[in-house]
Design a protein around this ligand. Structure first.
Ligand code: GUN
Ligand code: FE
Length: 433
């Protein structure tokens, strides 16, 4: 069936010429890797006759989506009413995360979460667990079973949260090291050192996390940055010596390639320059920023300046795991800033942009030979509204735009992880998981 790809970065170059389309493509996958990709008529004769073929004549094949910022323990409290960030954390988030003291609960939610990610077309994510060590074990174990390329980490926090959610003295760092030893680099799994955000961590805890990152090459870092004005004011009080919020992380050794900063809504020009220079990734979380009323992310000022920006659902402050629905919100946020999110830019954010933010661009985010075989088949006629909108006349870029503006999980026809079909929308019951 049809497939899309990128000729170049649509934020760095011309967006109109960034998308490439194959009207009838063949993706050949072996041992979890894409071994050939291109026009079906040209590629088929080069492949063995006994190659098993899955056909999607009406689909659009693309790389699996990357969710660069999501909290799996927050699925149960998604859509919580009426608060802004700091009150939302106290009133809803911390009580939900406290329930993860029970390992059976963590295992159950981890299973549901990963199944829902695949149903949304997401094949890689950067995931926050809770403070409990076993919350990360539960997620990694399930992701390993599915063969997913997933980054995750136990949350580090040692202040400003309920007693049961704080790392006791000398607990967070050794627990993180144990998890790195157990999971980092096992199969396709990566560990992300996860200081929750500056207000929940003492300077000592942040610096210890920075040393841990330095001592464990290849691991990632994930945290929150400049999400709301009230949070920034609190950071100013808690770290009076720091010139900026970003600087709190930078001085602790937590800014650099492989660090993914969530939100970054209220940043200065100096912050943007520092994010680019240091090679940090940024996760744009438009649904969350709208839901909590956090603010409007300046996507074009960031990605256009060379910051590595990916897309984050930020469930449970974001209201769903579907990258398509999150892109619909990203488009509206861009409009409120007077800009447009071109379809090439939208799909870049949700795939290659996220891969770059997580420094995984050599492995995932595009379908070219040698890359890992994670892909999604989209259905541009998934709903009556989409079918009417994408009828015969629509050109391929506009079909993608319609999916970003109107699509959700229903438009995900199939998801493949490491060459294996892990979600088949139209199959009765569940696929081979
Ligand atoms: N800042 C610190 N923790 C969180 C969280 O769980 N969600 C969001 N959106 N922001 C945070
Ligand atoms: Fe978050």
């Amino acid at each position: 069936g049809p497939a899309y790809g990128f000729r170049h970065d649509p934020f760095a170059g011309e967006a109109d010429t960034a998308l490439a389309f194959w009207p009838d493509a063949l993706v050949v996958m072996r041992d979890g890797i894409v071994t050939a990709f291109g026009d079906h008529a040209a590629e088929r004769p080069r492949q063995p006759d006994d190659l098993p073929v899955h056909r999607y004549p009406d689909g659009i094949i693309g790389p699996g989506f990357v969710d660069a910022h999501v909290h799996y323990p927050q699925m149960e409290m998604t859509g919580a009413f009426g608060e802004t960030l700091l009150d939302w954390l106290r009133r809803y988030t911390f009580p939900a995360e406290a329930r993860f003291a029970d390992p059976a609960h963590a295992a159950r939610i981890a299973r549901i979460f990963l199944r829902e990610l695949l149903r949304a077309g997401t094949t890689t994510a950067a995931v926050y667990c809770t403070v409990h060590e076993h919350s990360a074990d539960a997620l990694f174990a399930e992701a390993a079973r599915l063969g997913m390329r997933l980054a995750a980490g136990k949350v580090l926090m040692d202040r400003h949260a309920p007693e049961g959610l704080l790392d006791g003295a000398d607990h967070g760092i050794p627990a993180t090291q144990r998890l790195i030893d157990r999971w980092h680099g096992r199969g396709r799994l990566l560990y992300a050192i996860t200081p929750r955000f500056a207000p929940a961590c003492t300077d000592e805890a942040l610096r210890a996390a920075g040393r841990l990152w330095c001592d464990n090459p290849g691991t990632l870092v994930q945290t929150h940055l400049c999400e709301t004005e009230a949070e920034i004011a609190w950071v100013r009080e808690l770290f009076p010596g720091a010139p900026s919020y970003l600087d709190v992380y930078a001085r602790a050794g937590l800014a650099g390639p492989g660090a993914v900063m969530g939100h970054a809504v209220h940043v200065t020009e100096a912050d943007i320059a520092a994010l680019r220079r240091s090679g940090c990734g940024v996760a744009h979380c438009p649904s969350s920023n709208l839901f909590l009323g956090s603010g409007l992310f300046r996507l074009h000022d960031m990605a256009g300046e060379g910051v590595r920006v990916g897309l984050g659902s930020d469930v449970g402050a974001g209201t769903g795991l579907s990258p398509l629905r999150t892109l619909g919100d990203a488009y509206k946020v861009a409009r409120l800033g007077g800009a447009r999110l071109h379809p090439a830019q939208a799909f870049w954010l949700a795939t290659r942009g996220g891969a770059e933010a997580m420094r995984l661009e050599d492995r995932i985010g595009t379908l070219v030979p040698g890359m890992e075989a994670d892909l999604v088949v989209l259905d541009p006629a998934a709903t009556p509204a989409l079918a009417l909108r994408t009828g015969a006349a629509a050109d391929p870029a506009d079909r993608l735009f319609a999916l970003a503006a109107l699509g959700d999980e229903r438009a995900v026809r199939a998801t493949y992880v490491a060459g294996r079909l892990v979600h088949d929308r139209d199959a009765a019951g569940e696929t081979g998981r």
